[in-house]
Design a protein around this ligand. Sequence first.
Ligand SMILES: Nc1ncnc2c1ncn2[C@@H]1O[C@H](COP(=O)(O)OS(=O)(=O)O)[C@@H](OP(=O)(O)O)[C@H]1O
Length: 359
Amino acid sequence: MPEVKDGQPQQRVEKQQQPVAEQRPQTEQQAQQPKTEAQLGARAEPAKFKVEQPHEPEQVEQAHEPEQVEQEEQATLEGQLMGCRTLKTDPIPAVDKSPSLRVLETYTPQQQQQAQQYTAAVGACTDFACLRQANQLPRAPGQFPFPHFLVIGFPKCATTSIYCHLIQHPQVQHPKLKEPHLLTDKCRPSLSNCSVEAQQQYVVEESDWLPEQLAAAFPWLKMAISMREPISQAIAMLLHNPGSPFVHACEEQLMRGLGIQCTAEARAHYSSKLRQWMAFFPREQLHVYEGITAVDAMPGALLHLKSFLGVDESLPSGTLPLTNWKHQRSGPDELGKYWMLRRADYELLVGMARNDTVE
Ligand SMILES: Nc1ncnc2c1ncn2[C@@H]1O[C@H](COP(=O)(O)OS(=O)(=O)O)[C@@H](OP(=O)(O)O)[C@H]1O
């Protein structure tokens, strides 16, 4: 999970070089690869909710020459941006993150020491109990407790693009992976029982226990919740992996124009999930935004998101990249056969969406 450092130092000691293969968790192969049926099924289930979770604490790096550190940081960023290409051939341009480090110069030696000690303590943790203890340490001005925010679901609501945008923000300390899969059902029923090893098996995207546990462990946490107009969200869910048995099972309905039964399974069921998060987090810590996938609404939605997170709204840019879109994952021919949406089917979908909204 990105840790926002509100105008405060990005601790270079937190950076850890990885082998190139590990640096590219969201490469085209991985980010754009169709997910397995189990993954798609899990997303489609009403009880599931996608969570971008806290990143594995990074180890303290050995001291390096400043030039070498700079080169390594640039290489790391380029590695991460590999999975954030707008199109297969157009990488998102890297931005200069150095201005965020200048705030260090305004700190007194004691504040610098506090900032470094806090960052090192948090970075050395391998479980939630340790993290809770590290968060008792004094922090430098502007230094947020860690983790500061989560970007949570819903699936197919441009979360990859949001990750790609935020990892370039100089005030955001981001996870190495977009979805680190840090929490697994081995954590149940208590996050404090989790070791980092256990947490890495697979995500528990379950809103029945997670909000309560997270609120208890990190009461300051801010939650950004991305939503999308429900019809295109459901269609995107269905076409996440056109070659999958899940889609084949629905093929007849899809060929008729996205049959109601299949689409019903793929729906996000926004309200029931949101209710569970709202039960445990105060409203001011929840930012629910929709329309970020709509051309007209995107700039405003992006500004509001960054304002909620407490970071400079103008950085790294005012535009959300377009990543992980269906035609990038599959050829247009493969998808094309599913685009014969008839008026009657469309009206059924609208009716379903309206019911969702009423609910
Ligand atoms: N900037 C921008 N504008 C408009 N639409 C956008 C943008 N960025 C991502 N998207 C669309 O978001 C869909 C992918 O969402 P996710 O990355 O959250 O998908 S995933 O759940 O992580 O697989 C995917 O939707 P579909 O193409 O309908 O599948 C993307 O096209």
